[in-house]
Design a protein around this ligand. Structure first.
Ligand code: NAP
Ligand code: MG
Length: 481
């Protein structure tokens, strides 16, 4: 397996290495991955600047063909690369495969976007002058991505960046370097200018920060935590660098008394525990109508207890381990915080032992929680969800809206008027009716409000806003001879 960085068109050894450990089985070392130096980062940035112009001039057919080839290969190899992804990140194999396939779909979607007409024509208020509004590439884009979707998240950034004629320097999360290398192998094997696509692995505080603070970049697309996002925003403003960020969340799901209760439990469990709760779209506040509260909790606990927690690559596993020992400790820490705040832990809350030594944790449910508790304010990224009792739809909605975040939000109800009211009045980037809060499509915009997001939307046609700069061109047509 390749374990090096890809800089200025070449696989390059690093100044040091890190071990990539399987969270399902800590005796399984996937490989030792190169860490880039600051000098190598500068080399990547310099090469990217030159390559970007060549790529832009190569034209839309070329960009379409390259993106289509990358997407097609990802989909064809979803099983093989998905296995590698699940091995290093810990999500069950079906989810790993699904993620790689989805990454492929981002590339084929943006292959077609490359061919779309992205300009406007306008008539000037001054006779004899023609105006067109066109979209130029932004230039060199820095991409910083997290470990929880180690291929899909970079794919939804890299694909539009390439489609609109940009060059890329990518800093993936150090916890998931194998997925990053697998994607880089496919991209750099294409017929693209040397240095158009660069992989610089290393820690966020070291190489990530050097990248986002560099005056040699034109734009930053970041997905990760709020504290890191704040720091990146500050440096972006200082350098006048265009920036787009997706960050934390505390997604609410309203469970109303007129819902299909079994469906509500199934969707809530899927959204709360899927991916071991390590999804920015996870349902972490279940706001339940008082009249069905006890019935809902009983069913929810029984589903949580029935879920099969185990090795990501084992058949039948529904919930994999936490991504790392630190993440598991943080998850258990939030269990203690919840208890000390007076919440009642009705299931889970403990680490689990399995045949292999991994970071396993039982799906956990808190009841008797209030929205002002830390477990309802802070993102846990754990297989833990909190039930909040509400006396009415109106109360439930105001609790849901009382958060610094606003990424996704859901309602389970049979009432059309409530569903419509919720879609109109829930302050979130994505609202779901009778669906889990997690699970989005690839061809429409994705993002949130408040502390969840900053800058233009990602995905779908909306991605053009970030990955291009608008230029208004005036031409005095004159009169024919
Ligand atoms: P994180 O610590 O913010 O890391 C995200 C990325 O930023 C990683 O590649 C990290 O590198 C890098 N980084 C860390 N410090 C940096 C710095 N000072 N300058 C530049 N880059 C830096 O987040 P995480 O712990 O990996 O992921 C969990 C968080 O991400 C959660 O809060 C979750 O909500 C959020 N998330 C949000 C979305 C969304 O779409 N809204 C999606 C996924 C995750 P290293 O980790 O290699 O050090
Ligand atoms: Mg981190």
């Amino acid at each position: 397996m390749q374990t090096q960085n890809h800089i200025a068109g070449r696989w390059t050894v690093g100044t040091s290495e890190i071990a990539n450990i399987n969270p399902s089985d800590t005796s399984d070392v996937i490989g030792h991955f190169a860490q880039a130096s600051k000098g190598q980062l500068d080399e990547a940035l310099t090469a990217a600047r030159v390559a970007q112009t060549l790529w832009w001039k190569a034209g839309v057919q070329k960009r379409h063909d390259v993106l289509m080839a990358i997407g097609t290969e990802l989909m064809a190899r979803a099983e093989e690369i998905g296995r590698l992804l699940s091995r290093e990140e810990g999500k069950p194999l079906t989810e790993g495969k699904g993620e790689v396939y989805r990454a492929g779909q981002f590339f084929t979607y943006f292959a077609a976007e490359a061919l779309r007409n992205h300009g406007d024509l306008a008539e000037s208020v001054r006779p004899g002058i023609e105006i067109d509004v066109r979209r130029d590439p932004v230039g060199v884009v820095a991409i910083v991505s997290p470990w929880n979707f180690p291929i899909a998240t970079p794919a939804w950034k890299i694909a539009p960046a390439l489609a609109f004629g940009n060059a890329i320097v990518w800093k993936p999360a150090n916890l998931t370097p194998a997925s990053a290398v697998a994607l880089t192998e496919i991209i750099t094997r294409q017929d693209i200018p040397e240095g158009l696509f660069n992989l610089v692995m290393g820690s966020g505080r070291d190489i990530g920060q050097a990248l986002v603070e560099s005056p040699m970049i034109d734009a930053i697309s970041f997905t990760g935590s709020v504290p890191v996002g704040r720091q990146i925003a500050a440096s972006a403003v200082a350098n006048m660098t265009k920036v787009q960020m997706e960050m934390g969340s505390k997604n609410p799901m309203l469970i109303m008394e007129d819902c299909d209760l079994d469906l509500a439990v199934a969707h809530a469990a899927n959204a709360a525990f899927g991916g071991t709760g390590q999804k920015c779209t996870a349902a972490s506040r279940l706001i339940v109508h008082a009249t069905i509260h006890d019935a809902f909790v009983e069913k929810m606990v029984s589903v949580a207890k029935s879920l099969n927690v185990g090795h990501a690559l084992e058949t039948g596993t529904q919930i994999g381990p936490a991504v790392s020992a630190e993440q598991l400790q943080q998850n258990l820490g939030y269990i203690e915080i919840g208890k000390s705040e007076g919440a009642e832990l009705v299931c889970g809350g403990i680490a689990l032992e399995r045949a292999t030594n991994g970071h396993y944790m039982a799906p956990s449910v808190f009841t008797q929680t209030r929205n002002d508790m830390r477990i309802n304010r802070e993102e846990m990224f754990a297989p833990t969800t909190c039930v909040i009792k509400a006396g009415s739809y109106g109360e439930a909605l105001s609790i849901a809206n009382d958060s610094e975040f606003g990424l996704t939000a859901g309602i389970m109800t049979r009432s059309l008027s409530r569903a419509s009211h919720f879609r109109a009045n829930m302050r979130a980037g994505c609202v779901m009716v009778n669906l889990p809060t997690a699970g989005t499509d690839y061809h429409v915009p994705f993002g949130g409000r408040g502390a969840s997001s900053f800058g233009p939307r990602e995905q779908g046609r909306y991605a053009a806003e970030f990955y291009t700069n608008v230029k208004t061109a005036y031409v005095a047509a004159g009169m024919p001879e």
